[in-house]
Design a binder for this molecule. Structure first.
Ligand code: SAH
Ligand code: SF4
Ligand code: F3S
Length: 376
């Protein structure tokens, strides 16, 4: 029996898919090289923007014919999109041929659902419940010389545009010992040259633990592990990036001098409306500090254009922030209204044409900066 997993979204989801693969292999499934070859197809979905959800609906819908021809094929949809009850129900209604629809928290029980399904051939929909981090699950790693390691799940920040806190729950750090022993094993295996620590906000690592441990402390301890490997992490929230963390990055040879620090906007009124809890000036101060302490640093960032009520002048503040920092690379996103978030209820939603013009301006600026820097 064979499985095929289709993954959408961020690195966390890519890593979750490695967990799903691990669960399926434990159940005796082998990786298939195509959907046609598979006995079970799993869609691990993303809800961050409407476009991501549309792609999932399109991909799942396209399987209708295959399922008709092969009724024994199991189709499962899981992840951030189906963690939202409304979307899970919509999926169920639209695609009655999907066998299993589950959210992010109960994906660890995928194996049980498959067993139940085989017994009863009844659709399984279960979305809710927020569980603990399961340390015992096997991973089937797929990222070559890079190994993803989760250090903190969920998010407490509630940026007003963002769906993540609703679909991934509150921040939950893994025990430091569990992380260290996982990394030791990975390094010992000799298969991995890079360890990438994952979290929606790695900088708030450890605050919720019984024995609190800061992210800076965790990084230092990871660097003490013997072996030839590099450490990277994502993502950092500017409000939580401490001086200690910058110092550890500067000091430790094992840590890549590569920081992804999403700014989202360069305008203070918009940043406040986004609930980002820092100002343009705070952000630039952190960047200055980073550049001073780590001169070789590679800086990247995320931006959103067309947040509700954003004026042209406010957008130009984002433009000028990028000009000022001269990031090595940026991700520029068109604001996408996410049902259930605070921003979705705000007046002054921006029209699509304006948003497209703004995002293109940022992308052109990025190209221009990269060209100039390459010349240098
Ligand atoms: N936890 C990370 C990133 C989360 S999602 C952080 O806090 O930076 C990755 C990026 O998607 C975000 O940085 C943001 O730029 C973008 N994003 C999130 N919600 C969005 C929305 N509703 N519309 C457009 N872009 C969004
Ligand atoms: Fe979303 Fe903000 Fe949390 Fe990042 S920090 S996941 S943007 S709510
Ligand atoms: Fe998408 Fe969920 Fe990641 S919404 S960006 S897959 S945390």
């Amino acid at each position: 029996m064979k499985y095929f997993i289709v993954t959408f979204g961020c690195q966390m989801n890519v890593h979750d898919s490695e967990k799903i693969a691990g669960i399926l292999e434990q159940k005796g499934y082998e990786r298939a090289s195509s959907k046609e070859e598979a006995d079970i197809i799993v869609f691990n979905t993303c809800a961050i923007r409407e476009g991501a959800e549309d792609r999932v609906f399109g991909n799942v819908g396209a399987l209708k014919k295959m399922k008709k021809e092969r009724p024994d094929l199991i189709i499962a949809v899981c992840g951030c999109m189906t963690q939202k009850e409304q979307t899970a129900l919509e999926m169920k209604k639209k695609f009655p041929f999907v066998d299993i629809i589950i959210g992010t928290f109960n994906v660890v029980k995928l194996g049980e659902y498959i067993d139940k399904l085989k017994e009863s051939r009844k659709k399984q929909v279960e979305v809710f419940e927020e569980g603990d981090i399961d340390e015992l699950l096997p991973y089937k790693r797929t990222s070559g010389e890079n190994a993803w390691v989760n250090i903190i799940q969920g998010c407490n920040n509630f940026c007003t545009y963002c769906i993540v806190p609703y679909v991934r729950g509150r921040e939950k750090s893994r025990e430091k010992e569990a992380i260290l022993s996982e990394i030791k094993e990975l390094v010992k295996s000799g298969k991995y040259k890079q360890i990438t620590l994952l979290g929606q906000n790695v900088n708030s690592y450890g605050k919720d633990l019984k024995n609190p441990c800061s992210f800076a402390q965790l990084l230092s301890e990871i660097c003490k592990i013997e072996g030839d490997f590099k450490v990277w992490f994502m993502t950092s929230h500017p409000k939580d990036l401490s001086d200690e963390v910058i110092d550890v990055i500067a000091k430790e040879d094992k840590i890549l001098k590569d920081i992804h620090l999403p700014a989202q906007s360069g305008n203070n009124r918009i940043l406040a409306k986004m609930n980002r809890k820092y100002t343009r000036e705070d952000y630039l101060k952190i960047i200055k500090k980073i550049k001073r302490k780590i001169p070789s640093v590679r800086l990247t960032s995320d931006f959103i254009v067309g947040f509700p009520t954003e004026t042209e002048e406010e957008f130009l503040d984002t433009y000028s922030l990028i000009e000022e920092v001269r990031f090595d690379s940026i991700f520029a996103f068109i604001y996408s209204k996410r049902e259930g978030t605070v921003a979705s209820k705000m007046d002054g939603q921006i029209d699509e044409e304006t948003k497209r013009i703004r995002v293109n301006k940022l992308l052109d600026l990025e190209k221009k900066i990269q060209k100039e820097d390459n010349k240098k």
